[in-house]
Design a protein around this ligand. Sequence first.
Ligand code: NAP
Length: 477
Amino acid sequence: MVFDLPSQSCRIGSLQVTGSASSTIRNPATGEILACVPHLGAKEAALAVDAASSAFRSWSRGTAYDRAALLTRWADLIEDRYASLAELLTAEQGKPLKEAQRELRYGNSFVRWYAEEAKRVYGETIPSERADQRILILKQPLGVVAAITPWNFPVAMVLRKVAPALAAGCTVVLKPAPETPLSALQLVELAAQAGIPEGVLNIVTGPAEDIGAVWMADPRVRKVTFTGSTEVGRLLMSQSARTLKKLTLELGGNAAMIVCADADLARALSGSMFGKFRNAGQTCISVNRFLLHDHIAQSFTERFVEQVRSLRVGNGSDPSSDIGPLINEDGCNKVEDLVNDALRSGATLLLGGKRIKGTFFAPTVLADVTPSMRIAQEEIFGPVACLSTFNDDDTAIRTANDISHGLVHYVYTEQLSRAFRYSEELEAGMVGINGTAISCAHAPFGGIKQSGYGREGGHHGIDEFLQVKYVSIGIAS
Ligand code: NAP
């Protein structure tokens, strides 16, 4: 497939920067070269902050209605190009075309929602105990925001950060993942076509350490919004200490799906397939561990294995593919290593268990997985389902919580009181009861523990880009 990728340059202020070196972007399914993107560094990272900083004054002083109109125009342009952007997303990331289309709709829903939310950044007035005083609370944009995004949702992670930041009145410097910069570059071009002024949204492709180091050290960058691994999140947190930046860290997960004895099994099975195999399991909210009540374990397992067996693995551009390749060799080696370790430690292989070819990994089901195995403790990021059983709610809650991460857990039960107990006792930023498709523009997405902090989505998501100012006004009493 040949894409119409005009100039692979980075938009920084009024410039289209190509730099003197470039990096090759390949299709993970075929190895085919898709494009070359600029290999920029510290100089361009600083230039981007200059541009964002200069643009901040006028962007933040415009009205929320002005920003909403431009964001809506951006969303319209993205929507007009859903078909070609989805093909590009599949080509650079590997996910099946139907998932790429879903990611575009999901990502763009944040642009539309935050275009409206820009108009609802309400301050407060607080009654004073003094007759000669009035108290106002203003909410103001933080300033320049650095957004750093991963490869697993190259469109959605960009839009989920940039839309609320721009809506709030902030300006942005963006570094997409090196594996998947092409759709991000296209989104930034569309923002410019929509009329979003120069310098408001800037993009820099190149080595993370060099670009990150400049942004983390620059006091003009007032906020960093990062999605990626816990390890890099910790590094950014330590680097940000010197300039005391506000942070949003959307880090890894290790979700449990608890299927209770009273669960609607058809519903649980459908939620399992989506929750485990979407994006070949390379999703932070992917189900890592299935905890099955003894009473339903056998029947669930038999039906689950049959459904997993029917999944078609292939190039994402083939409409019949359900699962594409893993992103790269390192990702595939990690999955292989975790599966082999689990098998050596006593897990039972029910299906799959190995690489098919290249970085395509067979949908895999392992039973008898115990909490101490590495595969139960670490984020798998691959199409591997780990099954184990429990016989009472206390054990299920304890097992689900006995990990360092705290992003999301899922529970299938038909009992209201049980649903409340799990919702309240599971240690996670999110709990899905009877469903795994929980992320949306209007609800706060994010984790606790080693999954990070800060929220994306809903009014909580725009608050991340705002600061509170208290104004005390003395008047004649
Ligand atoms: P990663 O290695 O942490 O990289 C994420 C981004 O950070 C990339 O753009 C990367 O660029 C950059 N980066 C790495 N080192 C940096 C540094 N020193 N300074 C500045 N930037 C730096 O994670 P990944 O492997 O791409 O993504 C997978 C991870 O993301 C998983 O753990 C997954 O759970 C998590 N994730 C979380 C969420 C969520 O919302 N909680 C959503 C999606 C994914 P380079 O690759 O060039 O180093």
